[in-house]
Design a protein around this ligand. Sequence first.
Ligand code: AHR
Length: 501
Amino acid sequence: MAKLFINEKNKKGHINAELYGNFSEHLGRCIYEGIYVGENSDIPNTNGMRNDVVAALKEMKLPVLRWPGGCFADEYHWKDGIGPKETRKKMVNTHWGGVTEDNSFGTHEFLELCGQLGCKTYINGNVGSGTVQEMSEWVEYMTFDGVSPMSELRKKNGHEKAWKVDYFGVGNENWGCGGNMTPGYYANLYRRYQTYVRVYDSNKPIFKVCGGPNAGDAYWTEEVLKTCFENVPKESHGLMNGLSMHYYTVPGDWSVKGSATEFDDKEWYKTLSKALYIESLINMHGGIMDKYDPDKKIGLIVDEWGTWFDCEPGTNPGFLYQQNTMRDALVAGLSLNVFNKHCDRVKMANIAQLVNVLQAVILTDGPKMLLTPTYHVFHMYKHHQDAELVDSFIEGVRTIGEEEEYMVPSLQESASIDKDGVITITINNLSTKDSEDMEIAFAELKPSEVTSAILTNEAHAHNTFENPDKVKETEFKDFTVTDKGISFKLPACSVIQFRVK
Ligand code: AHR
């Protein structure tokens, strides 16, 4: 028997909706086919955006979307993607499959997409191969409402009013694909480039994201922060609002990552253990940030995370198309619980990537679309968005796994309370075999209204275009409510959500 204690009286911080963000790069079939099919497509669309995909993402309550990369961002020249489509410059997407990019999806299309989704906008600028002027003019083009060369150009291209850019990333992975820089060199460029990311309207602040470390690279974090904090007023917080971090869960190594659908129990636990490592990374980089920013004014922005497997056999290796099983659902469930619990420092997270790439929430095949197990987790967790984290702890957690190095807890949870006093609890059962008898107890609350949803199946289960609903969220009714709390049996290999009043 495991007992989950929730102290709903002890609020521990605000869970930014943006922890449930996503990422869309010009990579494989993410943008083209996955989101944008063009106005003349037979696939039902609104201004070129697939209606089925947009509706599913709205239902999932997508809060923020990052674009255009990734590695693509540091090769992207935004002026190639504006104006009449027939005159837009074609380029080679060198990072991702060497395919021709016709730039038919550009700034206007991305901001139209976010408008349809009702989500916040996160644009990633080009430091690796772009100039300060180019970055500065992009911001002016998108956000300046007065009279200026860029605002006039925007109007000429059919958009009268300025858009709102909520987040702006100054480069991407500049330690690697974004220019192979040293931290000191990048940090100086960051200082310079961000100066010209002008906020034209004080009612529309732009949250500036500085390029942070890859996984456990503490040296990068330390050096970047040291340089950015040097000789700047204390109140400017190193000239940044956020510092990014990227971490991918790869069961094998980068040459043989492992199959998305074929794995044994050993690889299951290894994957989950590697996914949970993200908490150590948050603690480690958060610790370095605490030295410079003890008041936690700078957010840790986990703007790329998720599973990365070998791509599906027979698909273009540069397109990073992978299937998505219950193992991905557990990786998502665990990671989102970790982000919730670290909401004092983690202010945004963007799973990679939205459609058809890596740990996607949606897969498409021509006019067909399916929701992956990962989608259902985001859907079940959406009630945490903008709620307050509350104290929670599970007594009776066992350590399970098959290799000493990759043991995991049998259960993991987080809980929050929203503005209407509804408590959302999300729990993961990491075991492939063992169900758990569980009880939830509250500090004071005597539950009067309880609803629950569950995602559970065999570890390898996934959705295909032939069987798109094999893994899906269902209502869970098999619990009893008493004065003391809620009791139930949690099936093996499951993600469960309770909503309690
Ligand atoms: O998400 C795929 C790639 O992974 C991104 O382009 C890059 O930033 C990271 O290395």
